[in-house]
Design a protein around this ligand. Sequence first.
Ligand code: AKG
Ligand code: FE2
Length: 382
Amino acid sequence: MKDNTTYIHKLSNSVSSNHSSVWLQMEKATTPLVLKPSNIKQLAQSPHLRFIPSNYVHSTNNHDHDDADDASNSIPILDFSLLTSHHPHQRSAAIHQLTKACQDWGFFMVVNHGIPENLMKAVIDCTHEFFNLPEEEKQEFAGKHVLDPIRYGTSFNTSKENIFFWRDYLKVFVHPHFHSPTKPHGYRDIMAEYSEKLREVARKLLAGVSESLGLEESFLDKALDLESGLQIFVGNYYPPCPQPELTMGMPPHSDHGLLTLLIHNQVGGLQVQHQGKWINVNALPNSLLVNTGDHLEIFSNGKYKSNVHRAVVNNKVTRISVVTAHGPSLETIVRPASPLMEKENSTSSAYIPMKYRDYLELQQSNQLDAKTCLERVKIPRN
Ligand SMILES: O=C(O)CCC(=O)C(=O)O
Ligand SMILES: [Fe+2]
C-alpha cells in the first residue's frame, strides 16, 4: 500500500487536468490528501488505475474475502408456486420451508415466482444504462436526504464516512407514490412494471411469513399497513476494481424494512453471514434472492433475525444489482406483534417501538455497520 500516496498525487494531477473537478474534490492541498468522491464509476475508469486510493481501503488483510465459503448449495430454496398453491399440503410444506429459512438463515432463493425473465433482464439493462449516462445528467438526480424520493449517490453516506465503498447507487421510492428518473428512455415504464410485480410477490411472501409466525395470514399486512407500505427500488453499480481484496462494494449490514428482494446481472458478489461464516451466494438462474430485514426482526420479537450481508467486488467486470426493499408504511410505529408477546407470556417487548420513518433517518445518520442501528432500539433482556 505504500504506493498509494504517490498514486493519489498522480491521480489528483490527472483529475485537475483531464476532468472537471465535479467527481473528485481535494479537500486539502497538502499530504495526506483526502479525496472526496462523487462517484466510483469515473475513478474506476481512470486510465492506468493500478492502486486504489487509501480512503477506499477497508482491509489490508487480503484473505478476508477469501474466507467466504462456497457452501451456497445449502442456501434454502423456496418454491413460490407451492406457497401460492390451493392445495393445503403444498402450501403448508412451503410455509414450513419459509419458517426454517427465516429462522436459520434470514435468507433464501425464490424460484417459480412468475416474474418474466425478459422483464428481469430489462430492469438490469436499463439500470446499467442509467449508470452509463453522462455524470452531469445523473447529478440531476442527486438527492441529499434519506426521504428524498430519488437519490443518486456513491458509497453509503459520504458525509459520515471516512472510508468509502466501491459502489454507486440509485434509490427511488416507488410506493405508495411512484417516482422515477426521467432517463434513460423507457426506464420509468420498466421500473413501474417490475416494482408492481415484485410488490405482489413480497406481499404474498409476507402473508406466508405471518402464517409461519402462527398469526393470521393477513395479520402482518394489516398491522404494518402494507397497502401504503414503502417500497424502494435500488440500483447498485460496482465497477471492476484493481485491488478488490482491499475494498468493499457494501459493508456487512442488515437492511431496514421487512423483506429485500434482489436480482443481479449474473455476476457474483453478494455474501451472506450464516453461523458466523461468510457464504458466497451463487444465485440459481432467474431466482429472486430474499433477505429478512430489521423490521421483521422487531415484528417477530426477535424470532426472525435480520440477515447480515455484504457485497464484494472483482477486478474483471461491472456488477449490477437491483434491490427492492419492502417495508411498513412510513407512519407505522413498528413493534413486536402483540399475539407473539402473549404467546411467550411476556408483556415486555424486546425492541423499542419506533416509527419506520424515524428508523430510516436514524440508519442514514450513521455509518452503515452490521446491526448497529437495530442495536439502538433493542432492549437488553436479563
Ligand atoms: O448488491 C448486492 O449484492 C447487495 C446490495 C445490498 O445489500 C443493498 O443494496 O442493501
Ligand atoms: Fe442490503
